[in-house]
Write a protein that binds this ligand. Structure first.
Ligand code: NAP
Ligand code: G4F
Length: 374
């Protein structure tokens, strides 16, 4: 491996891109991120890094191969972390073609950009693969040998990404690997993923800024970890002696309902779930801390068909044995309870600080409630 430490991160503005940038800067890398032009400011997650001498941003897009060739040629990276994607599963049903272009062909464009710049022998590539590949699961828990059964346009696109990485590894002897990451969350998680939607709603409801939370399938099971711990594994995968694919997960499983109960409890609201399916409701049975006693007896969580998916992945549970043994990665660094606490505490402070701006944020909450924004 080269002595130069130059990382190129696609998807640098996303949840994982921001944590990975911090980690690599700490490790002494020159970090280059690919960003897209947008009419609104979406660089919130990396704003604190901009201006640092070793942190650089370049315009580019996974749908635009020339832009990738230009940036790879200019940066001459020793490691590429391909995190860019249309990453929302439900949105992939609305925009399947765009999802395929970015999440499938986009991976090929990155690989070809590396070859076009003659860096295939020196540049290591990490591909952000996903537990969604297991989809309609054929085995529980899932490990590196579990058969794939993708169950959404997103997962089908990511499956191409997984296989093209493997193909280039074998065909051109490139050091390229996939991390098959199970769900990982944080206080930087996008607001329409279920965990963040719940922690923000719990904070807003506890502070009287939202009336109700509408969710889809409460029975869905996920293996949720902390994003900050997971980016460390991305780096470890590229420091390994040989290019290999790894499952990254905590080895613990919880339902959307359990996450909701725990998050509301942390915000001072005790919920009791009653009813079944579309008629299930979460009713407030007690409050603590600063949550208003007026909430007791009110229905705060309801199920809405708007958040059901045409096909839903309902039983994800990862087995991180290989990552533990070969990479020395610790899957239990942050527990499920700690993750929920970190997210709720952050959102309680955020909602409290929003003050006068709160109304603007509440508009988004209303859109979320009505199912306009999924
Ligand atoms: P995220 O917060 O949604 O970030 C996605 C990033 O991709 C953003 O920076 C986004 O840029 C960028 N992007 C989207 N389309 C692009 C395009 N056409 N060209 C260039 N950049 C584009 O996702 P995340 O949670 O950090 O996840 C990172 C990666 O891991 C994704 O590939 C995701 O599919 C995968 N993954 C995530 C999880 C998880 O639980 N978080 C689990 C398994 C796999 P904008 O800011 O401009 O939109
Ligand atoms: O939070 P989610 O939208 O995440 P999902 O679909 O698991 O995808 C995330 O994790 C994948 C790794 O497995 C990544 F590859 C992907 O990029 C993304 O980061 O939904 C989790 C579960 C689903 O079963 C969904 O049906 O929660 C269920 N759910 C129930 N109510 C909801 C809602 N999901 C969302 N987004 N919104 C709801 O109201």
């Amino acid at each position: 491996m080269e002595n130069r430490k130059v990382a190129l991160i696609t998807g640098v503005t996303g949840q994982d891109g921001s944590y990975l940038s911090e980690l690599l800067l700490e490790k002494g890398y020159d970090v280059h991120g690919v960003i897209r032009r947008s009419s609104v400011d979406y660089r919130e997650r990396i704003a604190h890094l901009e201006g640092q001498p070793n942190f650089h941003l370049h315009y580019g897009d996974l749908g635009d191969s020339m832009s990738l060739v230009k940036v790879v040629g200019k940066v001459q990276p020793t490691e590429i972390y391909n995190l860019a994607a249309q990453s929302h599963v439900q949105v992939s049903f609305d925009s399947p073609e765009f999802t395929a272009d970015i999440d499938a062909t986009g991976v090929l464009r990155v690989l070809e950009a590396v070859r076009a710049c003659h860096l295939e022998k020196t540049c290591r590539i990490y591909q952000a693969s996903t537990s969604e590949l297991y989809g309609k699961v054929e085995e529980v828990p899932q490990n590196e040998n579990t058969p794939f059964h993708p169950y959404s346009p997103y997962a089908v696109a990511k499956l191409y990404g997984f296989w093209i990485i493997k193909e280039y590894r074998e065909a051109y002897d490139m050091f390229c690997c996939s991390g098959i990451l199970f769900n990982h969350e944080s206080e930087r998680r996008g607001e329409t993923f279920v965990t963040r939607k719940i922690t923000l709603a719990a904070a807003r409801i506890a502070q009287g800024r939202q009336d109700k939370l509408f969710l889809g399938n409460l029975d869905s099971l996920r293996d949720w970890g902390y994003a900050k711990d997971y980016v460390e594994c991305m780096w470890l995968i590229l420091q390994n002696d040989k290019p290999e694919d790894f499952v990254i997960a905590t080895g613990e499983q919880h339902s959307v309902r359990q996450f909701t109960e725990l998050a509301f409890r942390r915000a001072g609201i005790e919920l009791k779930f009653e009813g079944e399916g579309i008629h299930e409701k979460g009713i407030c049975v007690a409050v603590s801390g600063s949550a208003s006693a007026d909430l007791v007896g009110k229905t705060l969580v309801e199920v809405s068909e708007d958040f059901y998916r045409p096909t839903d992945v309902v039983n994800l549970w990862g087995d991180p044995t290989k990552a533990k043994a070969k990479l020395g990665w610790n899957p239990s660094k942050t527990s499920f309870e700690q993750l929920v606490q970190i997210m709720v505490d952050h959102d309680m402070a955020k909602v409290a600080a929003e003050g006068a701006a709160a109304k603007v944020r509440t508009n988004l909450a209303e859109y979320l409630e009505k199912g306009i924004v999924k």
